[in-house]
Ligand binder design. Sequence first.
Ligand SMILES: [Zn+2]
Length: 249
Amino acid sequence: MLTTNELERYDRQIMIRGLGEEGQEKLKRAKVIIAGGGGLGSPSSIYLAAAGVGTIRIVDHGSVELSNLNRQVLHWDKDIGRRKVASAAEKLKKLNPGVEIEAIEEVITEVNVSQLVADFDLIVDAMDNLPTRYLLNKAAIDKNIPFFHGAVYGFEGRAMTIIPGKSACLQCVYHGAVTPERKFPVIGVTPAVIGCIQAAEVIKYIAGIGELLTNRLLIYDGLNLKFTEFKVKKDPNCEHCGQQLRRGE
Ligand SMILES: [Zn+2]
């Protein structure tokens, strides 16, 4: 049941056809884990908290640095040197005291990933490196949890929604390719666009409305303002979601 306060707070989105009070109650019951409290994690967590997603867990092990502030809008000048999860939790709680914010200060590894995502309904990929994305992708498939991929570089961004057992996963698309880890360019508006696309997908999935970004890799080119889509297919021999592997379990 929604309270009088919640009915007023979410009034304009409850008006959306198909969402309604029922969709809002689903958002309230939902538990979303956001892997990364930086450029992508900032907009996705802000908009999911604002929309009334009941439980949001943010995982990050970093501290706020001056050079983060051009894009990681959850963190402000006063937060330099603070743990990102503490800074994020403070802002999100102030934005919407009605949602549960869990701040987990950990590096996501092969050892802890499965425990970190356990009991959560959806996983948002707000990471900045491919190896951790693959860990999350695998954990999402193993635990049958929808996974919302996002990535940015300069003025360019990508997004894709992965529904385990139904749509292509990250491994199907990239086949485990890894780019060297190094500092890369980003302007804040790019993760803002991509993080909001991820948040929109999460809200749609929870409410059960619209068409998801599945089997489609969306490429956003901010410099020329173009959105391009690549059709992607589930790879039957995929190391993460392939049928042979699933049968062999
Ligand atoms: Zn796959």
